[in-house]
Design a protein around this ligand. Structure first.
Ligand SMILES: [Zn+2]
Length: 169
């Protein structure tokens, strides 16, 4: 029985992100630049299970059974996908959208997750604010307003994929 009951959608906040850059940022030694922005997180591994690059190509980060590092208090029970881009500024690219549906549907199948607003969520649903190095809190908009507004559509598309697979979730 899988302990993963939740799928959390993230964006990278940057249109120049790649799987390799995200992995390198997560695993680089923890340090800050002169502006107080982080240069690396100092983690043992990438924080996400899957990353979808601008082209729509899907990269495997963590294995599903591993615990990610992406959403405070929710890492132990969740699977995390990060889509490259800043979806506070623009829409997800069509190939990324198609890949996102496939990734989420596959997780629903393999972990017996029923697609709903309780099981497929945006990062900000579970972590409404982030904390800066100086302790100041600021709103978390992840996975970006444009993508967040399409999560209801994502749940519907995933349910359609599961129906095609012959498994009505
Ligand atoms: Zn996030």
């Amino acid at each position: 029985m899988s302990n993963k009951t939740l799928i959390i959608v993230h964006h990278s906040e940057s249109d120049s992100s790649t799987f390799a850059k995200i992995k390198s940022f997560h695993t680089a030694p923890k340090a800050y630049d002169s502006m107080g922005d982080p240069l690396g997180n100092g983690w043992a591994h990438i924080g996400y299970h899957k990353v979808i690059e601008n082209s729509g190509r899907v990269y495997q980060g963590l294995q599903d059974h591993q615990t990610g590092i992406h959403t405070v208090n929710w890492n132990h029970c969740s699977l995390a996908v990060c889509i490259c881009g800043n979806f506070d500024k623009h829409q997800i690219r069509p190939p990324q959208w198609q890949s996102l549906i496939q990734v989420v549907a596959q997780w629903c199948l393999s972990h017996n997750i029923h697609p709903s607003s309780a099981t497929i969520v945006g990062h900000k649903d579970k972590q409404p604010s982030k904390t800066k190095m100086n302790g100041a809190k600021y709103p978390n908009t992840c996975p970006g307003g444009f993508l967040y507004s399409r999560l209801p559509e994502l749940r519907i598309e995933v349910a359609k994929q599961l129906a095609v697979a012959g498994l009505v979730a």
